[in-house]
Write a protein that binds this ligand. Structure first.
Ligand SMILES: [Zn+2]
Ligand SMILES: [Zn+2]
Length: 248
């Protein structure tokens, strides 16, 4: 993060602290009054579905009943994903969608710490092995339009609580990709192919490192898969994936 972004973050943090002192705390999702700042109300909290154990050792999909021995799901046995392991804090559904979209498109950056706390719990095993956190990048045009990359905000908040360095300049989106919302799985895969690269002068931030790729939502896996392949080609020792939410 450069000094300008850092300054904006510090200023934003200070403004949030001042606001916290002046305003009664409100639920981070729905805005109802709550008893402490940056928390969720009980109603919002109870609608979220946290993903816990037992889950597939590779993809992190929750099991109804854990199979005996190495718990790997049928999908991962049939076609292993490009990353080594993936974990997510929340099931992506109507409740978490409101939270994620508010974080992505609204000015809810102050949620970063709360959301990163959940990700830290879900990704404890992955964080223990990680040398560096790498957020899935936005193309600079979209970054300009949106002003911040939600994956980078999560990665920095996570890096702070977990004590792992963040590399947010090494992996870049080399060309803009249109919004993925309406596309089918195969269209998405084509769409993201060749969209990412590792900056040659920053390859040392990746080469030989155990990389933990960070994003807000895992849907088809096309974007994270493209990033993973690019990181491995740049010499990453391994790539794990941690997201706030995932489609199950
Ligand atoms: Zn609420
Ligand atoms: Zn699996």
């Amino acid at each position: 993060m450069d000094w300008k972004a850092g300054l904006t973050r510090v200023a934003g943090g200070a403004a949030t602290l001042v606001l916290d002192a002046l305003m009664p705390p409100r639920c981070a999702a729905c805005g109802e009054p709550v008893d402490r700042p940056r928390a969720l109300c009980l109603a919002c909290w109870s609608t979220l579905t946290f993903i816990g154990h037992p889950c597939c050792a590779i993809c992190g999909d929750p099991f109804e009943v854990a199979p005996p021995g190495q718990p790997v799901c049928g999908d991962c046995l049939a076609a292993p994903p490009p990353w080594r392991r993936a974990r997510s804090a929340l099931r992506y559904d109507a409740a978490s969608r409101a939270l994620v979209l508010g974080f992505k498109h609204g000015d809810r950056l102050h949620l970063g710490g709360l959301l990163a706390g959940w990700m830290r719990l879900a990704g404890a095993e992955l964080l223990a092995d990680a040398d560096v956190l790498v957020p899935v990048p936005l193309h600079r045009w979209r970054l300009l339009a949106r002003r911040y990359n939600q994956a980078a905000v999560l990665a920095h908040a996570l890096g702070e609580v977990a004590g792992v360095p963040v590399s947010d300049r090494a992996l870049v989106r080399a060309r803009p990709t249109p919004s993925q919302g309406q596309l089918t799985r195969s269209q998405r895969a084509r769409n993201v192919q060749a969209a990412f690269r590792v900056e040659g002068r920053r390859q040392l931030e990746i080469a030989g490192r155990h990389v933990l790729l960070v994003d807000d939502v895992l849907t088809s896996g096309a974007t994270a898969g493209a990033c993973t392949r690019v990181l491995l080609r740049a010499g990453a020792a391994s790539v794990d994936l941690l997201t706030l939410a995932r489609v199950v």
